[in-house]
Ligand binder design. Structure first.
Ligand code: ZN
Length: 249
């Protein structure tokens, strides 16, 4: 959290205590708890910009979206996804987990060799505890993944926190490491639904130029969805338009 923001929050707490001492209980409660709600909102809502600026879309004149695939690399899914992308001449960004990348460096090299971009998605993907991690843990999550990913490809530019939940100290931690935070415009729901048709309908319904689409690979995606996804190229699909998936220039 930026120092001015922290000072403002502390000042509001002091003001609330003063109001309570003076007997203005309702006003004191609003001033005391209001900032907490603001902090919670900005920590927990991925698109919120109050604590950490993050990209939720990109500017484009073309009919294209930014397709991002999280949680890899995965020995089952990554090769199939790469083949699928080749068939559609699409380039995407893989937000990789450092620990998994360390187990499968050959997959990371293959992602880059096929013309895609790799990005940072923490080292262990601590989805439930990232927001309240200690400063040391936060730095470890960032640095250990960078140590794995950086030697394998071009310098990392983008970071996505697990499930989009941020940390108070994230803005400064990213800035000193040359990373920028990216969330998304469209959440595909591929970790929640077991019906490919539902995911497809959800995504296509929201597609528009400049949108950032979040999808996943690996064990977090239900098996039914993973198997069906591998067969998509054989099915005629008017929405498989290369321009929609091209990397923004
Ligand atoms: Zn993730």
């Amino acid at each position: 959290m930026a120092r001015p923001t922290l000072i403002t929050l502390l000042a509001l707490k002091a003001l609330a205590i003063t109001l309570a001492v003076l007997g203005h209980w309702a006003a004191a409660a609003v001033v005391f708890f209001g900032p907490d709600l603001w902090v919670l909102y900005n920590l927990l809502v991925p698109s919120a910009q109050g604590l950490c600026r993050n990209f939720t879309h990109f500017q484009t004149e073309r009919n294209e979206i930014w397709l991002t695939i999280d949680d890899g690399p995965d020995p089952d899914d990554t090769p199939r996804i790469l083949d699928l992308l080749d068939q559609h001449q699409a380039r995407v960004t893989f937000f990789l987990i450092g620990q998994r990348a360390r187990q499968h460096p050959e997959l990371v090299r293959e992602i880059i060799r096929r013309g895609h971009e790799i990005a940072h998605h923490t080292h262990t993907h601590p989805a439930g505890t990232f927001w309240c991690a200690s400063r040391a843990r936060l730095c470890r999550e960032l640095d250990e993944a960078s140590q794995v990913l950086t030697p394998l490809g071009p310098p990392l530019r983008w970071f996505r926190p697990p499930v989009g939940i941020k940390h108070f100290l994230l803005p400064r931690a990213l800035a000193v490491r040359g990373l920028q935070c990216v969330t998304w415009t469209i959440r595909s729901g591929d970790c929640l639904s077991r019906r490919p048709e539902t995911v497809q309908a959800n995504v296509i319904h929201q597609l528009h130029p400049g949108a950032i689409l979040l999808m996943h690979e690996g064990p977090s995606v239900p098996d039914a969805l993973r198997l069906t996804a591998s067969r998509v190229p054989t099915a005629p699909n008017p929405h498989n338009d290369n321009r929609r998936h091209a990397w923004p220039r």
